[in-house]
Design a protein around this ligand. Structure first.
Ligand code: LTN
Length: 190
């Protein structure tokens, strides 16, 4: 069975758009794929979250996913921070990613511009590192496919580039075997 992965970042109220865009697909795919779904709470805090509200958003998201038919007997569902390897692998990915690549990410540029627009000129480093952590999330699980929204397409491309780069760089150390499976993006239509 092919393995499919997705991360959910519940920073606000879940909407009908979430249901149509993501939820429905997870439920459809859980019979045909080995589904791994996690709540990306480390990604949530790249922008300030009121702690109580964040905790509520996390549990609300899980409740909604279960209510919509995501079946814990079929899919693996967990919290990103419960698997310490996400953060650890994120560091290793950062050592194999160029500052130029991260600076070019459109989501980073938009969010950085907003921080400056607020008059603070304080851009959290976590915003820059966001795609590196996402690459770690994906490559940890040797996923065949990753479900993402259109806005995450560039992050998926970077993930594939990092994987290919590390496969080349470390092939000799791994008996010629690639370190990582190169995952296919499944881009959601909204
Ligand atoms: N960046 C995604 C959430 C996310 C994710 C992932 C999705 C974090 N890690 C790994 C797929 C695979 C978002 O903003 N929705």
């Amino acid at each position: 069975m092919k393995r499919m992965l997705s991360g959910i970042k519940p920073t606000g109220q879940l909407t009908l758009g979430n249901y149509i865009g993501a939820l429905r697909n997870f439920v459809n795919y859980q019979d045909d794929y080995e589904m791994i779904v996690f709540i990306a709470n480390l990604h949530c805090i790249t922008e300030y979250q009121e702690p109580k509200q964040l905790r509520k958003n996390l549990t609300d998201a899980v409740a909604l996913y279960l209510a919509c038919g995501l079946d814990p007997n079929k899919a693996t569902i967990f919290l990103q921070t419960d698997v310490k390897e996400h953060a650890q692998r994120g560091y290793i990915m950062a050592c194999n990613t160029y500052l130029g690549e991260l600076n070019r990410m459109t989501q980073f540029k938009d969010k950085a511009k907003k921080a400056v627009g607020n008059g603070t000129e304080m851009i959290p480093t976590g915003l820059l590192m966001y795609p590196v952590l996402m690459a770690a999330d994906i490559l940890l699980y040797d996923a065949d496919a990753v479900i993402v929204g259109q806005d995450q397409k560039q992050h998926m491309e970077l993930t594939r580039n990092i994987a290919e780069r590390m496969n080349k760089k470390y092939a000799k150390r791994n008996n010629g075997q690639p370190l990582f499976k190169i995952p296919e993006p499944y881009i959601l239509k909204t």
